[in-house]
Structure formats: C-alpha cells, structure tokens
Design a protein around this ligand. Structure first.
Ligand code: SF4
Length: 352
C-alpha cells in the first residue's frame, strides 16, 4: 500500500468547507474534554453522545472533580450509554491522573496508554486534537476510509494488515494542522465514507479511491465472515417493593453491567420462592409475574423474566450489595437501560 500525494490537503480542504465544527467537544479542546468525548464516542453515535457529554461536563467539568466523584454517580451519568467498563476505567484513570500526575495529562502516546482504558488511537486523538501533536489515529472510521481508499483486501483485524494501516495513517498525518486533520479524517469516515452507502460523489478522495473504482466500495475493507447466531441467555429478576421503596442489588465490578445497580437476580422462579424469605428476611405471600422481554447485547440475547412481590415491612439487609431506595432515588441510580424501563413500568403499575 503506497501512500498517495495530497491526501491530507484534500481532507483538510473538505473539512474547512463541510466538516462539523460545532460539536460540544470541539469547543475548549482540553485533553480532559477530548478524552471524555473519545471514550463516549467508542461504539456510540455522535447524536447519542451529545446529551450525555453535556450533562457529564456539567457535573464533572475537570479531571479533579471526576476523580473525587463516587463510582455510583459516574455510572449514573453513563446509564444508557452501554459498555460500562468504559466509565469504570475512565474513573480509575482520572484518579491516577490526579494522584500521580498532578492532574496533568502525559504528553506522549506511550504515557497516555499507561492509563486504564486508553489505547494507541485514543491517546493519539487526545494529543493531536488538544495539543496539536503530530500523532496519527486509527479508529474504526479511519480504518474504513484507508481500507477503501487503498482497497485493502485483507481483514484490518489481522495483525499484518493493521500494522500496514498504522503505517499509512502515520504517513498521511500532516505536520501542520494536526488537530484539524484528526477531526477531519474522523468526520469524513463518519459522514461520507459511511459503512453503508458511502457518498463517494461528495468525497474529496474520490479521484484516487481504489474501492470507488470497483463500483462496490462497500466491499472494502474486507471483513471476516462470521455469521453465527447469537447465543440466548435468560435471567429471573425480582422487583421487591412497596409504594415507597424498592430493593436494589449492586452488581459486581466485572461482567455485564459491571458496577451498576440492578434488581436482585435468580436462576428460576422456584429459586425466587425458595430464597426470597431467607435472603431478604421478608414474608412472601404473593408473586406476580411481569411481562418478560429481550435485551440484545453485541454478543448475546438476554431474555429477562421479571416478577413482582409487594411487601409491607422493609427489612434490614444482611448483605451489603442489597439496599433499599426510594423509587425516585432508585430511578436516578446508574442502572442498565432495560432495568430502568422495567422499574418505570412497575412504578406506573403500582401507582407510586
Ligand atoms: S470515494 Fe467513497 S469509498 Fe472512497 S474514501 Fe471516499 S467515500 Fe470512501
């Protein structure tokens, strides 16, 4: 794959005319603000991220405030964005930055990559966008643009191909306007060289784009075909509550919904009957099954089968992971999206 002349100037000229320049993280481009945006934007669309980003910045405007925040509050701001490990790592990294780096971001890719949750491309984006340092990124958008422009016929996930693409990305990185170029190439991938139906006629790279010459640019970069059906899993969860309070369970830090609050889980309905009285020291007289529903993760389907038990007396919990919350406070916790919807449904049902 040989680099082509004038790649960066064409991308920059297009960006000057058509690129997005009013996104919230494009104002006051500090390393902190760019970092938060880059983490939020991983696997997530710009339009989804914007309200989350604005709210997050209102609550945690600088790294010191984020470092001091408790994890529940950080996860509550992330609730609905998914991939919660991102938020946990980010919070951990903020504490390291404050404790060990006097709240200053390292000035090298290697230094930033030492922090939890920051890889080479994210580190480069932080440094090039916020400090204008010449260091290339290779996120999904850039891989798609380069993969098509050069009609890469091997899978970008393969080590050799990835190294060749890093090499190209670095060679195309200009020495000037590094911040603009990084935003421009990401933007071009996100708005023109889209996964489906790329807008080649509007693209500044059209003339030399090898994928475009094939009339079927979407074929590139070549992807490994792995069409396997997603596995299905199920879980039983319990809404144990009265009109004032509801019992919540803090999930372990690892695994799905790590660190979030959720509802107590059981392996079967019999398990609920057998263990509720003992585990929650409460008398069970009547269990109401609620509508079950499916939540799909990137790697499996989860069928959630909820039940509702109304209690009169609030008991003292022995295990720390369980806690009673008022309905209002429960809804404001860092919750998985399907659990928040379920709680809202039950609230309507019982009229709290
Ligand atoms: S010409 Fe089309 S396929 Fe090639 S880089 Fe531009 S948008 Fe992508």
């Amino acid at each position: 794959m040989q680099p082509v002349d004038n790649f960066a100037p064409r991308v920059l000229a297009w960006f000057d005319k058509y690129g997005r320049k009013n996104l919230p993280w494009q104002e006051n481009k500090t390393p902190y603000r760019v970092w938060i945006s880059e983490i939020m934007l991983q696997q997530t669309r710009v339009t989804t991220v914007i309200p989350y980003y604005n709210k997050f910045m209102q609550s945690f405007p600088i790294v010191d405030v984020l470092a001091k925040a408790n994890q529940n509050s950080v996860l509550a701001h992330w609730s609905g964005l998914g991939y919660y490990a991102r938020a946990r790592y980010m919070h951990k990294a903020a504490r390291i930055l404050v404790d060990e780096f006097e709240s200053e971001f390292p000035n090298t890719v290697a230094g930033l990559c030492e922090l939890p949750g920051i890889g080479r491309s994210t580190a480069s984006a932080i440094l090039s966008i916020s400090r204008g340092i010449k260091t290339a990124i290779l996120d999904g958008n850039v891989k798609r643009v380069l993969g098509r422009f050069h009609a890469v016929s091997s899978c970008p996930g393969e080590k050799k191909t990835e190294m060749a693409m890093w090499d190209l990305a670095e060679r195309y990185m200009p020495s000037e306007r590094c911040s603009d170029y990084t935003q421009a190439i990401m933007d071009l991938g996100a708005t023109l060289c889209t996964r489906f139906k790329p807008k080649c006629l509007l693209c500044p790279l059209e003339e030399d784009c090898l994928a475009r010459k094939t009339e079927d640019p979407m074929r590139f970069p070549i992807r490994k075909l792995k069409k396997v059906a997603k596995p299905e899993k199920s879980l039983q969860c319990l809404v144990l509550s009265n009109e004032q309070q509801v019992l919540m369970e803090k999930r372990p830090q690892t695994g799905i919904w790590g660190g979030l609050w959720s509802l107590p889980e059981f392996s079967s309905e019999e398990d609920i009957v057998m263990h509720t009285e003992q585990r929650f020291q409460t008398q069970v007289t009547n269990i109401t099954p609620l509508n079950s529903f499916r939540h799909t993760f990137s790697h499996y389907h989860l069928d959630i089968e909820p039940s509702y038990i109304r209690i009169d007396e609030i008991s003292v919990m022995i295990e720390e992971k369980y806690q009673w919350f008022s309905w209002k406070d429960a809804i404001a916790l860092g919750l998985p999206t399907p659990i928040r919807s379920l709680l809202n449904e039950v609230r309507n049902l019982i009229g709290t």
